[in-house]
Design a protein around this ligand. Structure first.
Ligand SMILES: *Cc1c(COP(=O)(O)O)cnc(C)c1O
Length: 380
């Protein structure tokens, strides 16, 4: 038993693999016969568990994965994940032998990095990152010579070239213009290399929103993260989306203690909440160390018996208090839903992210630390 299993009955994440499959099918419809699904499973598959998610995807025929770090890639190989695994981020060149041993693909972030990696004298398969306007990693998009120089490096084998769009989730005219400018810059660079017969390999630029909002552009891969998990980055984007997705993750806990508190009593650290009348408080064993944002203190809600109730007082590291005065027949062990649905009510990851002033990507990827995951709808 690992330590997360011991905590199974405290608070937990539920992963619905049927919903995952539904999302894969929905997203597949946006790809043409040639364009392949590259599943982005970095940050433990956005908190969903990279190994189990990738195993399911492998079974359904997905053969390309992207992660952020070497350790994430090796974890997948240790669990027999087949196909291409692209590391989107930096790997120390001295670890080149691991890239080779585990048959991983490394992103080349600039010319200095390419030289350093080549100096290890280990054959490595690479994809070259091009900066078309995000100004994060990647070769400057007018540095054609820099990219050509990679082909002269003996130990680096170019298997693909990619870029990343930075406002493809937006529907503002200026953002759409910017996105088309990025796409056109990328295409020009690719064409210039093709004209001189440089072997390019796989070409890719779309992420989830790149695919959903620009599905008419076709490349070899679409790198899909957040949409795979059935959520939109924020509430605003959800309203514009036409494709149907189902949330894969639910976050649950249970009531471990109930107490009656008199009027004018304060709840929790800092005494930030004061009861109005007599109040029934329930204690829930989940806190900010589990990934629940502390800024939901005194404003967030959870579901108990199909009803929304308020989080009262400051969220603690490992526990929080909720006001259950309006819930009939409340008892210890009653289920608490923090993300997900219960009877006819639901709290979505988008709502929770919106309320705490961030995006779902951040909320979900931070849940992993202490919460066990329970997988449902698995076929094997
Ligand atoms: C994280 C990441 C993605 C996935 O983005 P989503 O918006 O979650 O689909 C794709 N490409 C790169 C380079 C990334 O860093």
């Amino acid at each position: 038993m690992n330590r997360q299993e011991y905590d199974q009955n405290r608070s937990w994440i539920e992963i619905d693999l049927k919903a995952l499959q539904y999302n894969v099918n929905s997203l597949m419809k946006l790809l043409d016969y040639k364009e392949q699904f590259m599943a982005v499973v970095k940050a433990d598959a956005y908190g969903h568990g990279a190994v189990r998610i990738s195993q399911a995807l492998n079974q359904w025929g997905i053969k390309a994965f992207a992660v952020a770090t070497l350790a994430e890639a090796i974890e997948l190989r240790h669990h027999e994940i087949k196909g291409d695994i692209l590391i989107l981020g930096y790997t120390d060149p001295c670890q080149a032998y691991l890239l080779k041993d585990y048959q991983l693909i490394q992103t080349i972030i600039d010319d200095q990095y390419a030289k350093n990696l080549n100096q290890q004298k280990v054959d490595v398969n690479v994809h070259v990152a091009i900066d078309t306007g995000m100004h994060r990693i990647g070769y400057n998009s007018n540095d054609l010579q820099g990219i050509k120089d990679i082909y002269a490096l003996k130990y680096l084998h170019v298997k693909g070239i990619f870029s990343h769009l930075c406002v493809c989730d937006s529907q503002k005219k200026e953002d759409i213009d910017y996105t088309y400018q990025q796409i056109s810059t990328f295409n020009k660079m690719i064409q210039a290399l093709k004209d001189e017969n440089y072997p390019i390999g796989k070409i890719h630029i779309q992420s989830s929103y790149g695919l959903m909002n620009y599905s008419h552009i076709k490349y070899d891969y679409a790198r899909i993260g957040i949409a795979l998990y059935g959520v939109h980055s924020s509430l605003q984007e959800k309203q514009q989306m036409t494709i149907s997705l189902k949330p894969v993750l639910s976050l649950k806990s249970k009531i471990i203690m109930i107490k009656r508190v008199p009027p004018d009593a304060t709840i929790g650290y800092g005494r930030t909440y004061k009861t109005f009348g007599e109040t029934i408080i329930a204690i829930v064993p989940i806190g900010y160390a589990d990934g629940l944002p502390r800024n939901l203190s005194n404003c967030g809600q959870v579901l108990v018996n199909g009803k929304k109730v308020n989080i009262v007082g400051r969220i603690c590291m490992d526990q929080m208090m909720i006001d259950v005065s309006d819930i009939q027949n409340i008892k210890v062990n009653d289920l608490v839903t923090i993300i997900g649905s219960c009877e006819n009510e639901s709290i979505t990851a988008e709502e929770l992210a919106n309320q705490s002033g961030t995006i779902t990507n951040e909320i979900l990827s931070r849940l992993g630390h202490r919460l066990p995951k329970i997988y449902k709808g698995a076929e094997s």
